[in-house]
Ligand binder design. Structure first.
Ligand code: NAP
Length: 214
């Protein structure tokens, strides 16, 4: 099924402002289990080794290499990505698409949010801290393409609570997990989104693409 909602820009385009200038569009990725936990559990097919990227990975990442020029992460997710996804972590025998993804992440402007981390230890990275709304506004004023907020759950929950993203990708894994960081514990008010698109993964995952309603 593919739905298009009139008046909502595709994720790959910057938002146009009334004065004709372009605003960097912000997408937040929300990886969660059916019970709203931000974890990556194993389930049938989840650790299958493939030579090529699956359709959901192509959609969420490969299709966006050209337009997303800044990736924002909380400290824990940043360190996790650095450990698992920087080119230094790649083995020659890894599939080509993982080398491509690692190269993309090495090269992209990365923002790690942290009070504790003193040095990012990953090229093209900077550490920012403070009020999240101000940080996002500062990034939007900078030159560049679109901005991806790539977890973790605490950061994404704050983005949702403050309504900072233009659109959201919910990557939902077919597991009721009962552990891992909660996404929804501290939501205090309704946040209504507009469904743009639904995609099915090979192993029961769902990718739900929503636009913010402003
Ligand atoms: N895409 C993903 O990365 C993803 C998705 C799903 C699940 N997960 C899993 O979720 C876990 C981590 O998630 P998490 O939610 O606990 O951590 P997180 O969001 O990655 O990082 C939280 C940390 O980010 C820093 N931070 C956030 N906002 C800040 C701000 N405005 N100013 C300064 N620092 C700020 C703080 O670090 P300081 O303590 O340094 O101040 C905070 O402790 C990992 O186990 C990971 O595997 C990750």
């Amino acid at each position: 099924m593919r739905l298009r909602v009139q008046g909502v820009l595709p994720a790959s385009q910057p938002s146009a402002l009334r004065d004709g200038t372009k605003m960097r569009r912000i997408t937040a990725n929300v990886y969660m289990t059916l019970d709203g936990r931000g974890a990556f559990p194993k389930y049938p097919g989840s650790d299958r080794e493939t030579k090529t990227a699956n359709a959901l990975f192509r959609h969420m990442w490969i299709a966006r290499y050209g337009d997303v020029t800044t990736v924002v992460m909380g400290r824990r997710s940043f360190l996790g990505h650095r450990r698992v996804w920087s080119s230094k972590a790649r083995k020659p025998s890894d599939p080509k698409f993982t080398h491509d993804y690692s190269r993309y992440l090495d090269n992209v402007d990365k923002v790690c949010l942290s009070h504790r981390l003193k040095s990012p230890g990953w090229e093209n990275s900077r550490i920012l801290q403070g009020d999240l709304s101000k940080i996002v506004a500062k990034l939007q004023r900078e030159d560049g393409g679109n901005i991806m907020i790539e977890g973790g759950p605490r950061l994404v929950q704050e983005v949702l609570r403050r309504r900072l993203a233009d659109d959201y990708w919910f990557f939902i894994m077919p597991v009721v997990y009962g552990k891992g960081p909660r996404y929804w514990g501290s939501m205090t008010e309704q946040n209504t989104l507009k469904l743009l698109e639904v995609k099915h993964g090979e192993d029961g995952e769902l990718l739900l693409h929503y636009a913010a309603v402003r």
